[in-house]
Design a protein around this ligand. Structure first.
Ligand code: SF4
Length: 319
């Protein structure tokens, strides 16, 4: 059984309604294995399904160039919510791919741990894939005498770079629980708020505290900022993904660094990783404009200081 709701009927309906003949399907690597039925279904209905084999990290990363190159008249983007509203270059359907799982045991486990930690009021946040399970967690928490808060404006949904669902309710809670897999989103919350953050992970069936990880990431972050103050030449990376390209901030950074007597070079890059940065041997430190998480989440792999825009603000106060 496919453990995600790929909303096959809705996709087929929308493809039919738009009369799409060539459909590019884009999904994160973890979900690519589940697109088989969708492809077969579309093909049977006379629409050619083509799956993008490239990585896909978020709703900020729409495969418009690929879609336009292959002549697709529709993009089906699986696993993320819409990042920028309106203005799609190619009509795009977003399929959140809700996770199908039984999370009652995890909800009780989470409530038990929070009770032991003395938490009285907890903020719940999640991603679009797990939003339907917040109710189950709310019930388990209430049964343990713990009050829950969910940001009304967002329904408790966060992205790795959009954390206002947590920030808006921070003053009203003792701790946060992020419901979802991996540490990426929970760490984003932990870095954005001053409260304890726990990850209730449905894939590992465990609840974990992110305090140690937060401490480690912050220590590395400050090491990077301080090391970068010694650099004389900077590479400013302009990420070319649809939702990440930030020309003005990059140009402003260049002006600011040059104003402090540094040299700054603009580098355009689609997928940012150390392998792509390493050839710029004349650069002593990098600043990534666009996704703020690339520098934070890949620190171990970098051979030089790599900062995000917020880190660069700290750097500029110190040079
Ligand atoms: S955290 Fe980065 S990859 Fe995720 S949505 Fe934000 S910009 Fe995109």
């Amino acid at each position: 059984m496919v453990p995600y709701d790929l909303d096959l009927e809705r996709v087929v309906e929308l493809v039919n309604a738009r009369g799409a003949k060539r459909v590019l399907i884009q999904a994160p690597d973890g979900l690519k294995q589940y697109v088989k039925d969708l492809c077969e279904n579309l093909n049977e209905r006379g629409a050619m399904a083509i799956v993008s084999g490239d990585p896909c990290f978020g709703g900020c990363d729409l495969a418009y160039s690929e879609a336009s190159f292959i002549g697709a008249d529709l993009l089906v983007h699986i696993g993320h919510q819409e990042f920028q509203h309106g203005g799609d270059k190619i009509p795009t359907i977003y399929i959140p791919a809700g996770h199908k799982a039984d999370l009652e045991k995890l909800a009780v486990m989470t409530a038990d741990l929070l009770k032991k930690k003395g938490v009285k009021r907890v903020g719940l946040v999640t991603t679009v894939q797990h939003r339907d399970y917040l109710k189950i967690f709310g019930k388990a928490l209430a049964e343990s005498g713990i009050e829950q808060r969910i940001d009304e404006e967002s329904g408790g949904i966060i992205l790795g770079c959009r954390l206002s669902a947590a920030k808006r309710i921070e003053g009203d809670v003792d701790a946060f629980v992020f419901l979802g897999g991996g540490d990426f989103h929970g760490l984003g919350v932990a870095l954005a708020v001053e409260k304890d953050v726990y990850v209730a992970d449905p894939y590992r069936d465990e609840v974990r505290d992110l305090a140690k990880l937060k401490k480690k990431v912050l220590a590395k972050r400050w090491w990077g900022i301080m090391e970068a103050t010694k650099a004389k030449s900077f590479g400013i990376i302009m990420v070319t993904k649809t939702g990440q390209f930030a020309e003005e901030p990059a140009l402003q950074l260049k002006r600011d660094l040059e104003g402090h007597g540094k040299r700054a070079y603009l580098i355009a890059m689609d997928e940012v990783n150390w392998e792509r940065m390493a050839p710029f041997t004349f650069v002593e430190a990098f600043i990534i404009t666009g996704c703020p998480r690339i520098s934070l989440d890949n620190q171990e792999s970098f051979g030089k200081p790599v900062l995000n825009e917020e880190d660069a603000e700290e750097l500029l106060k110190r040079v």
